[in-house]
Design a protein around this ligand. Structure first.
Ligand code: PMP
Length: 292
């Protein structure tokens, strides 16, 4: 990924892609003092750019550091990255980390660095292929207790268990892993939130120990705008057999139907299809304000 043509924004400047480097003795690398974002641009406009910039700053504050750029600065920097790379439909990746002055657990005064990259990551528009759904494994690791980890930060360190779980799922022939939370309730996937339907209602776990995704919030708004009842509640794995449809939401995943979780089969249906269509309409440039 590091040997490409193109441009990356690094600490306030646009630099050639290959030159966007950090020192190996960086606190963010050794101690996980790193936060990041994942965003998508559609037709040149980043969907909910400001919400993502605000979340990056909030994630950092939870890890006890301050991103040295305002939300407006970050929004402008992301737009510049897209412009310099000539990209209109892209995945955008801001990342912020503690630098290298102190190489110890305590590093109160280390410089905070920020970089923004962008690359092409097409969204899947083939509805027929998409509606076949993906298979999920059930992860061995659980989302941690909020008392043991900064769970509401999009912190790089929280992704260790996601990578391990996703690798294992892929080895088992699945596309992703469903993770339970520390209390054994259904939580989310390794990089996306999860929804279920039953009797025309939409059910999703309460986001109290994992990321309350920006796509999750958008899709809840879209479902309610359709008159669907959305229930945020504790979802137990024993209930999986009772649901009709299941889908994931996330910046990268958008709205992705699920056909199987472990032994449980689901049939992607009308609600999933409607929300895929409504989401695609909402992310079109100029439409994002209409999305709740
Ligand atoms: N949970 C996890 C663990 C994620 O990595 C993501 C992707 N950022 C999400 C949920 C969905 O968040 P969003 O809709 O804001 O992309």
């Amino acid at each position: 990924f590091d040997q490409r043509d193109g441009f990356i924004w690094l600490d306030g400047k646009i630099v050639p892609w290959r030159e966007a480097q950090l020192h190996v003795l960086s606190h963010g690398l050794h101690y996980g003092s790193t936060v990041f974002e994942g965003e998508r641009a559609y037709g040149g406009a980043i969907f909910k750019s400001t919400e993502h910039s605000a979340r990056l700053r909030r994630s950092a504050e939870i890890l006890d550091f301050v991103v040295p750029y305002s939300v407006a600065d970050l929004d402008a920097a992301k737009a510049l990255v897209l412009e310099k790379n000539g990209m209109k439909d892209a995945y955008v990746r801001p990342v912020a980390w503690r630098g290298s002055e102190m190489m110890a657990v305590a590093a109160q005064h280390n410089t905070i660095h920020v970089a923004i990259g962008a690359w092409e990551w097409p969204s899947m528009f083939d509805m027929a292929a998409k509606m076949k759904g993906i298979r999920l494994d059930i992860a061995e690791y659980r989302r941690p207790d909020p008392r043991t980890a900064p769970v509401l930060s999009k912190a790089a360190g929280l992704y260790m268990i996601c990578t391990i779980s996703k690798h294992r799922a892929e080895r088992n022939g699945c596309a992703d892993a469903l993770m339970l939370d520390w209390q054994g309730r259904v939580a989310e996937c390794t990089g996306a939130n999860v929804f279920f339907t039953r009797d025309g209602q939409v059910h999703t776990p309460i986001a109290d120990c994992f990321l309350d995704g920006i796509t999750r919030q958008t899709v809840i708004g879209l479902a309610r705008a359709r008159g669907l009842e959305v229930v945020e509640r504790r979802v137990m794995p024993e209930e999986l057999a009772s649901f009709d449809e299941c889908f994931l939401t996330g910046t990268a995943a958008e709205v992705t139907p699920v056909s199987q979780i472990g032994p449980h089969a689901f049939t992607p249906g009308t609600i999933t299809r409607t929300l895929i269509e409504d989401f695609h309409a909402a992310v079109r440039p100029g439409a994002s304000k209409a999305a709740a």
